[in-house]
Ligand binder design. Structure first.
Ligand code: 5GP
Ligand code: ZN
Length: 112
């Protein structure tokens, strides 16, 4: 499958990996929107949050666990934001489920 994040997960495309388990991998975003901007993905391909089902939803917990562990490792006690864009209106550009972990600047709410 021609999927950018599957290729990053398989190490066919290099990235700066900051966290890895059997099921989840996280790496620095190539176009960071904050001093800390990490992308957390399942190694197994799921296209978007809209494709989470009763059968595959355990991975969502593992992705949030990754975010929590990365936040502890990076001492993000001042806070952080987790975002998952879905579909055209959600601004999703890579069709492989991911969380953005953004930190170390004040983030506006609501988003634009
Ligand atoms: P989306 O727009 O789908 O929510 O997020 C996709 C993210 O992937 C963007 O923040 C974008 O900067 C990041 N990205 C796109 N291509 C690459 C790449 O080749 N390497 C890395 N590390 N990040 C990428
Ligand atoms: Zn993929």
């Amino acid at each position: 499958m021609d999927c950018l994040f599957c290729k990053i997960s398989n190490k066919e495309i290099p990235s700066t990996v900051v966290y890895e388990t059997d099921d989840v991998i996280a790496f620095n975003d190539i176009t960071p929107q904050a001093p800390v901007h990490i992308v957390i993905i399942p190694k197994h391909h799921i296209s978007s949050p809209a494709d989470i089902t009763a059968e595959n939803c355990d991975i969502a917990g593992k992705m949030f666990l990754a975010a929590s562990e990365i936040a502890k490792k990076l001492n993000l006690e001042k806070g952080f934001r987790i975002v998952s864009n879905c579909g055209e209106d959600g601004g999703q550009t890579v069709q492989h489920l991911h969380l953005h972990l953004l930190a170390q600047r004040s983030l506006a709410w609501p988003p634009g």
